[in-house]
Design a protein around this ligand. Structure first.
Ligand SMILES: Cc1cc2nc3c(=O)[nH]c(=O)nc-3n(C[C@H](O)[C@H](O)[C@H](O)COP(=O)(O)OP(=O)(O)OC[C@H]3O[C@@H](n4cnc5c(N)ncnc54)[C@H](O)[C@@H]3O)c2cc1C
Length: 410
């Protein structure tokens, strides 16, 4: 069919969020002869205006360095120099500290940075274009036909686009995952995360803090200057009421939870709220299709790991595909894609389980549960070996970590 042949790529990526664009950049950097097209449903004008910020662990930073975008991002990224976790009640003036991390302990710079999502997406978008990836915005993929040797995607603009491999990086409600008939397991937490950017009176000193309050975790993440990113979890009904409140009343509720360390606080962006849940695709691959990022897994943001897992998917999938391409293999072949599925499944399930257990353990005010969890966290704090293992995972410093996470070229 001529219209199909006129629109052909080796790889089509559905979704131009951080995961989809990072994949496009990784593939074009290591294999410039691969034709890569990214189709993104989002509004281009909104790209830089994301209210959300993310904590990027050292492994993710290594990947962004290798992709050549970190120099553009670094000026907007605040290093996290310490992290404090408390188990407290709303309004507590003294909050016993149960877990401390020093993410600055790594030999190659800070263990984590906080940066606005829009800054990263914009840098990746420009890099993908500069490397010759085609990026079509404000267009969604809403169907495809399986022609055996290729999938032919249909967009809402009426275009048809054929590829040997389609990557679904189209977020938590992935249309491509649904079209492929890949089921998910998971549940809603009945909670929502309220996010906003805050301006405050006193410096944060690079300290991230998370208070496990009965409604859910309340986290303040340091951003550049006198600003912090808020991720505040509450039962969904309360979160909706809070976001709809007049700014003065909401500011009061916020101040009760934030304590006095940062002085006067003002919301400068947001608030917005996102429903929270756990989801895991039963398979990350199907013939000629691979899932990456939130399309493959969704988790509670309490450990700030959703995007970091997505970056690990990017590194493992790019390595799998580039290795196969060098051997002249068909990138959409299920035998090729299964290497990626095996690589990512265990790590993903482990992280989903950890965040799920922590949320269940903490999101209540039962005194017996308080005692158990406080002992548990205190124990972790006194076990340097356990803390080091968690930190090594985050740095990409393990034997099974893909090359990009370890700062190596593909
Ligand atoms: C409150 C909150 C706080 C968080 N904080 C952190 C944190 O501190 N650290 C961390 O690591 N993670 C964090 N996360 C998780 C992180 O935000 C996500 O894991 C990450 O954004 C997922 O990126 P993605 O590219 O997979 O998906 P998305 O960012 O959702 O991007 C998907 C893209 O696909 C496009 N799209 C959708 N459907 C289609 C279609 N049919 N065709 C074409 N395009 C389509 C969309 O327009 C979008 O651009 C947080 C999440 C929440 C909810």
């Amino acid at each position: 069919m001529s219209d199909v042949d006129a629109n052909r790529a080796d790889v089509v990526i559905a979704g131009g969020g951080q995961v989809g664009l990072a994949l496009a950049v990784a593939l074009r950097t290591a294999a410039p002869n691969l034709a890569v097209t990214v189709i993104d449903a989002g509004d281009p004008a909104a790209r830089k205006r994301a209210t959300r910020a993310s904590t990027i662990a050292a492994g993710g930073r290594h990947l962004l360095e290798r992709l050549g975008v970190w120099p553009e991002i670094a000026g907007e990224a605040e290093p996290v120099t310490s992290m404090t976790v408390t188990d407290s009640r709303t309004g507590d003036t003294v909050r016993p500290v149960f877990l401390t991390f020093d993410p600055g302990a790594g030999s190659d710079g800070p263990g984590a940075h906080v940066v606005a999502d829009g800054v990263v997406v914009d840098a990746l978008y420009r890099r993908a274009r500069a490397l010759g990836a085609e990026v079509r915005e404000a267009t969604r993929i809403d169907g495809y036909e399986d022609e055996g040797a290729r999938l032919v995607c249909r967009t809402d603009a009426g275009d048809r686009l054929a590829a040997r491999l389609v990557i679904a990086a189209d977020g938590r409600r992935s249309k491509l995952r649904e079209l492929a008939g890949i089921a998910t397991v998971g549940w809603s937490y009945g909670q929502s995360g309220i996010v906003a950017t805050l301006a405050h009176e006193h410096p944060h000193g690079g300290r991230a803090e998370e208070h496990f309050l009965p409604g859910g975790p309340f986290a303040l993440l340091p951003m550049k200057g006198l600003r912090s990113s808020l991720v505040w979890t509450e039962p969904t009904e309360l979160a909706e009421r809070l976001v709809a409140m007049r700014p003065l009343v909401l500011g009061d509720e916020l101040a009760r939870r934030a304590g006095r360390r940062l002085g006067r606080i003002e919301i400068v962006e947001g608030p917005r709220h996102f429903p929270l849940g756990l989801s895991l695709a039963r398979s990350f691959v199907a013939p000629r299709l691979a899932l990456a990022g939130d399309a493959a897994h969704g988790m509670h943001p309490l450990a700030g790991q959703g995007l970091n897992l997505g970056y690990r998917d990017v590194a493992a999938l790019a390595e799998t595909l580039v290795d196969a391409h060098r051997l002249g293999l068909d990138l959409g072949d299920l035998n090729v894609l299964e290497r990626y599925d095996r690589w990512r499944r265990f790590d993903t399930v482990e992280m989903l389980a950890v965040t799920d257990v922590l949320n269940r353990l903490f999101a209540n005010d039962n005194p017996a549960m308080r005692l158990i969890r406080d002992i548990g966290l205190g124990v972790v704090d006194r076990l340097p070996a356990v803390k080091e293992r968690l930190a090594a995972e985050a740095r990409g410093d393990t034997a099974t970590a893909p090359r990009l996470l370890r700062g190596m070229a593909l």
